[in-house]
Design a protein around this ligand. Structure first.
Ligand code: GSN
Length: 223
């Protein structure tokens, strides 16, 4: 196992994209082993690399980590992006969990036969449930928790960019979130990541969904 962080996932966003974002902000370089064929997945299964037979899997510090949240928490802890104490940490986790709930709703859309009603539901929930929380939290602070950059900020930025891709102008009624987004995008590592040619993955397309289905040998994914 080399010293470099290695990500095992598809050539697409999915559950790995937040991990890519967090590593980027931590300024940790990584390699990617991209799953394109079922044989690669079967090999990971047969060599015991995937504890629950699932990806994302991340090789880091001599370990093979699985479970997205566990991986995110490890990176956040290691790179000082998880609050300064236990009370900050639980706040970071609360915000992060809310954001991953929302992002997962968006993530599954390409695999759903009729995504339109779901999409409408996501827009409503974003406007009425999620964005108001962050608008309020950012009224008098630069970062979400403890006056310092954390995983929650990174996930909020990722999430707002995803939302804008789906719902143009959705942040119009959330000026604090919009200016937070602008501030975050000026962080040099983030500025590089959001520019073309970075390791950031594009929005999912048919090729991505087809590859996922083939690798897992499923006709239809159930969510
Ligand atoms: O968050 C996590 O890492 C786990 N709780 C779930 C991981 C997961 O569902 N991985 C999928 C691919 S990523 N898309 O959702 C997976 O490996 N599915 C294969 C299977 O047999 O479950």
């Amino acid at each position: 196992m080399s010293g470099k962080v290695v990500l095992h996932y598809f050539n697409g966003r999915g559950k790995m994209e937040s991990i890519r974002w967090l590593l980027t902000v931590a300024e940790v370089d990584y390699d990617e082993m991209l799953l394109t064929k079922r044989e690669q997945y079967l090999e990971l299964l047969s060599d015991g690399s995937l504890m629950f037979q699932q990806v994302p899997m991340v090789e880091i510090d001599g370990m093979k980590l699985i479970q997205t949240k566990a991986i995110l928490n490890y990176i956040a802890e290691k790179y000082n992006l998880h609050g300064k104490d236990i009370k900050d940490r639980v706040k970071v986790n609360m915000y992060s969990e809310g954001l991953t709930d929302l992002m997962e709703m968006i993530m599954v859309l390409p695999f759903i036969p009729d995504p339109k009603p779901k999409l409408e539901n996501i827009e409503t929930k974003s406007k009425e449930r999620y964005l108001p929380v962050f608008e309020k939290a950012l009224a008098d602070t630069v970062y979400l928790v403890g006056g310092k950059l954390s995983m929650a900020d990174v996930l909020l930025l990722e999430c707002t960019l995803m939302l804008e891709e789906k719902f143009t102008g959705i942040l119009a009624d959330f000026p604090n979130v919009k200016s937070f987004q602008g501030r975050m995008m000026r962080i040099p590592a983030i500025d590089r990541f959001i520019k073309p040619g970075s390791k950031r993955k594009p929005q999912p397309d048919e090729h991505y969904t087809k590859t996922v289905m083939e690798v897992f040998d499923v006709k239809k994914l159930s969510f």
